[in-house]
Design a protein around this ligand. Structure first.
Ligand code: ADP
Ligand code: ASP
Ligand code: MG
Length: 816
């Protein structure tokens, strides 16, 4: 015989009850014996609770009554044949009348005892189970409605009553013996005390009812039918990547459900465990799902270090501190017996080893009561300042990682705290059960979704890690980056377990934010339909969304975004950028950004600030981190100027080469932006700063290639005119170079902390002599690379290589 318990959502509507009937018919016609336990229709227990409180405050409860009546009537009318409807509607009406009378009583007395509340709540289960039994009777005539309150006996702890197991099992067995030819439809959740007053078994208690019947009748299996595919790795309503577990031990299920996985009520495990009866969690709406089996020991090997993550969405912390607690025998005993006596459920306790403080978590509803009780009980200690007035922290939640594997695997808690820290989630308190089956942390409620998602990504590593990305700038580099991400997404998922989700895109005209990710094939059209761009607002939304593994990419050349960098880091968001303005403004600004990123444990990657995709910044960082010392850096970091001097040969004039370079798109619209050397200077400053110097712009010795007149010309055309006039200057250099068999190079140097950029003639023995096209080259002379410098050479400009550099930085976020 099996017990089949259907939860609130399974009996919530005619459509869902139809699903139950299909399940039952299959069992019935295959000759299986079963007993059904049913919860109240979804939402009804909550509604009854609200109505009871409303009545006690003389507020309206009648609309609730109508709502409950309608809910049941509409199911009855849809699923009962007309000839069967009348008696059922009458019975429900009778229940409603009784309920109204009770609420009226509460209303008159202006008082709601736990006892009356239980009686009121019991109507939820009575109505739904009676209705389900009568609908089922049309298919299985043996169907019989059973009010469990006459069979489950408890103590007087209304609201969360404790079962008298012996008596209950005796009553159930006897009842079953007498009616073994029937199919029982049993009310979940409700029971009664010695005086036959109704009690309830705690919220979610129908699971417990099923287990109590299962144990008493030594059922072959207890099936709990709900609206999800069994127990998932975490709450599927918060983490989309949560997946179903095929099995759990009783202990694991107990730990997960204790900390919020409400798909099963923790006490339900006890009778099942006692009689070694497996519990199977099933989905009423997906009958093909095989179920999560909860039994004594796991059979399969779990490939992950933990089994699941659960959460309690809202708790408050109470801190009791004071020197008087040190060495005081029995202090915590007194404190916790007081709370237990007054039925305040303590969810979690931590005590510092110095015994100077005790912190415990309780439900927010209990806060006022707890505070008052403690101040009364410890009045003496408070007056003599042995302890302080309890302090309260609110708007918190708990997340707990659970699993039997944790015991054998070191480093789990380190991993948990690391990932929370990286995402800017502060841990208020920690508790680890001595069983080592769970580690619980208390965090701010607003961080719950982010924490669950990141922790899930971290521990179920075979799952893809998702980077949530906000991109500023859709010019050449931005557009190329989207294309590259799009082309590479499958590869990244399969080989690196990384999913890049572009959540926000903005340029100077439009902005678009889509939490589920923007389709990178259609991004242009979608962005056009987006809102008017507003940088501040874009960044604000990014912060508010508080997504896990969040990265901001600045693909612009604008001076505006850098204003927000610091606050972005402070929101624990990493930045990847090819925009060099931030790093090459004042040294102070550079330092603040670096320090903030480091303190927040987020990344600030800007490889493309120097030499596009060439690994220059990274190499310098590796040299520095590994303890090497930079003696000298020499570099050609302007692709445009390289191109110009590489082609300034033979008969062509300097003017012609510049003009050609512009036509080929190798220069900025105004070629002076390149030829002024300013861009080059910025790159050299960034290198110098990364090499440990405090270089400022005014300290750089920059030799101008252009004459004053060229620089000051009013327009690009005027500039070209002036350039033609200074031709003799360039011809002279060219002739000199040709005569000496040298090449003209514009070289940046960092030596003894000084940055200079000069036009130089280098001979064939110089490593920079053979530089073709628009290549960049850099040589690092260091303590280790003293006689043979470390040289990096390659294409240092262009949308493809720059976007690829940004992309590489993005993928590296969070890996170092
Ligand atoms: P029922 O009414 O069937 O008893 P409950 O609402 O009590 O159902 O429990 C099912 C709900 O538990 C799911 O809808 C889901 O949102 C929630 N839940 C929380 N954590 C988990 C988890 N780890 N696995 C499955 N469900 C979970
Ligand atoms: N109806 C009760 C509740 O909502 C019991 C249950 O659903 O298990 O808590
Ligand atoms: Mg439930």
């Amino acid at each position: 015989m099996k017990i089949l318990k259907f939860g609130g959502t399974s009996v919530g509507s005619a459509k869902s009850i139809q699903c139950i009937l299909n399940i039952l018919q299959k069992r019935y016609y295959s000759g299986e014996k079963f007993i059904v336990v049913s919860s109240a229709m979804s939402g009804v227990t909550n509604l009854l609770t609200e109505m009871a409180f409303a009545a006690s405050e003389r507020k309206d409860f009648k609309s609730g009554l109508t709502e409950i009546e309608n809910k049941h009537f509409s199911v009855a009318k849809e699923l009962l044949e007309i000839k069967n409807q009348n008696p059922v509607l009458t019975q429900i009406k009778l229940y409603m009348n009784e309920l109204e009378e009770l609420l009226q009583g509460v209303n008159s007395l202006k008082e709601l005892s736990l006892q009356s509340k239980d009686l009121i709540l019991s109507y939820g289960e009575k109505c739904s189970t009676y209705l389900l039994s009568q609908i089922s009777k049309q298919y299985f005539p043996e169907s019989t409605y059973v009010d469990s309150s006459s069979l489950i006996k408890t103590n007087n702890q209304f609201g969360n009553a404790k079962v008298n197991v012996e008596k209950t099992e005796y009553l159930i067995k006897n009842y079953y013996k007498l009616h073994s030819d029937k199919i029982f439809f049993i009310t979940g959740f409700i029971a009664s005390n010695e005086e036959n007053r109704i009690t309830t078994l705690g919220r979610g208690g129908s699971d417990y009812t099923a287990a109590i019947f299962g144990a008493a009748l030594e059922a072959e299996q207890i099936e709990l039918w709900s609206d999800v595919d069994g127990m998932l790795t975490t709450d599927p309503k918060i983490v989309k990547k949560a997946f179903s577990l095929s099995e759990l031990s009783y202990t694991e299920a107990m730990e997960l459900s204790y900390f919020g996985a409400k798909v099963i009520y923790p006490p339900a495990m006890i009778p099942a465990f006692r009689k070694n009866i497996p519990i199977l969690l099933l989905n009423t709406f997906n009958p093909d799902f095989k179920g999560t089996l909860i039994h004594k020991e796991n059979i399969e090997k779990n490939p992950f270090p933990i089994k699941g993550i659960s959460s309690i969405n809202e708790i408050s912390l109470v801190n009791v501190t004071g020197s008087g607690m040190i060495g005081e025998v029995g202090f915590s005993g007194r404190l916790f017996s007081l709370l237990a006596r007054e039925q305040i459920n303590v969810i979690l306790i931590t005590q510092s080893s110095s015994e100077h403080s005790i912190t415990f978590a309780i439900e927010p509803n209990d806060i006022e009561r707890a505070k008052n009780l403690i101040t009364r009980e410890f009045e003496m200690e408070l007056q003599t300042h042995k302890i302080n007035i309890p302090s309260i922290e609110e708007n918190l939640c708990i997340i707990a990682i659970v699993g039997e594997n944790m015991k054998q695997t070191p480093g789990i808690s380190g991993k948990l705290f690391h990932v929370l820290g990286r995402n800017g989630i502060n841990v208020h308190a920690i508790a680890q059960g001595s069983s080592e089956y769970n580690i619980s942390v208390i965090i701010k409620k607003k961080n719950l979704a982010k924490a669950l998602n990141t922790v899930h990504d971290t521990f179920f590593i075979e799952l893809t890690k998702t980077l949530h990305v906000f991109v500023l700038g859709t010019g050449n580099i931005g557009a190329t980056l989207f294309q590259q991400i799009q082309n590479q997404s499958n590869f990244l998922k399969e080989n690196n377990d990384i999913e890049v989700k572009i959540v926000g895109i903005s340029n100077s005209r439009k902005m678009l934010i889509q939490e589920n990710g923007i389709d990178l094939i259609e991004w242009k059209a979608a962005l056009n339909e987006g809102n008017q761009a507003n940088l501040e607002n874009f960044i604000q939304q990014m912060k508010i969304m508080n997504l896990s593994n969040c990265v901001f990419i600045d693909n612009t050349a604008s001076p505006d975004p850098k204003k927000f960098y610091k606050s972005i880091f402070e929101s624990n968001i990493s930045i990847v950028t090819c925009n060099k303005i931030a790093n090459s403004s004042s040294y102070k600004e550079y330092k603040i950004l670096k320090d903030t990123a480091r303190k927040r444990g987020v990344d600030f990657f800007y490889e493309t600030n120097v030499g596009a995709g060439l690994p220059i910044i990274k190499t310098l960082k590796d040299l520095m981190n590994s303890g090497d010392r930079i003696l000298k850096i020499e570099a050609i970091l302007s692709g445009t100027i390289s191109y110009i001097f590489n082609n300034f040969k033979g008969d062509v004039s300097f003017y012609e080469v510049v003009k050609k370079a512009q036509e080929l798109g190798f220069t900025e619209p105004d070629p002076r932006d390149d030829l002024s050397g300013k861009d080059f200077m910025r790159k050299m400053m960034i290198l110098a700063r990364d090499a440990g110097y405090t270089t400022e712009e005014h300290e750089v010795l920059l030799e101008n290639i252009l004459s004053e007149n060229c620089i000051n010309a009013n327009s690009v055309d005027d500039f070209y005119n002036e350039l033609q006039k200074s031709e003799s200057y360039f011809t002279e250099i060219k002739l000199k170079a040709e005569k000496e068999k040298k090449a003209i190079r514009y070289i940046g140097k960092l030596e003894k902390g000084k940055v200079s950029i000069n036009l130089e003639l280098v001979d064939a023995s110089h490593p920079f002599y053979n530089l073709s096209g628009s290549d960049n080259i850099i040589s690092f002379t260091t303590e280790r690379y003293k006689y043979n410098p470390l040289v990096i050479k390659g294409p240092g400009a262009g949308a493809e290589v720059t976007a690829a550099g940004v992309f590489a930085d993005l993928i590296n976020v969070g890996t170092e």
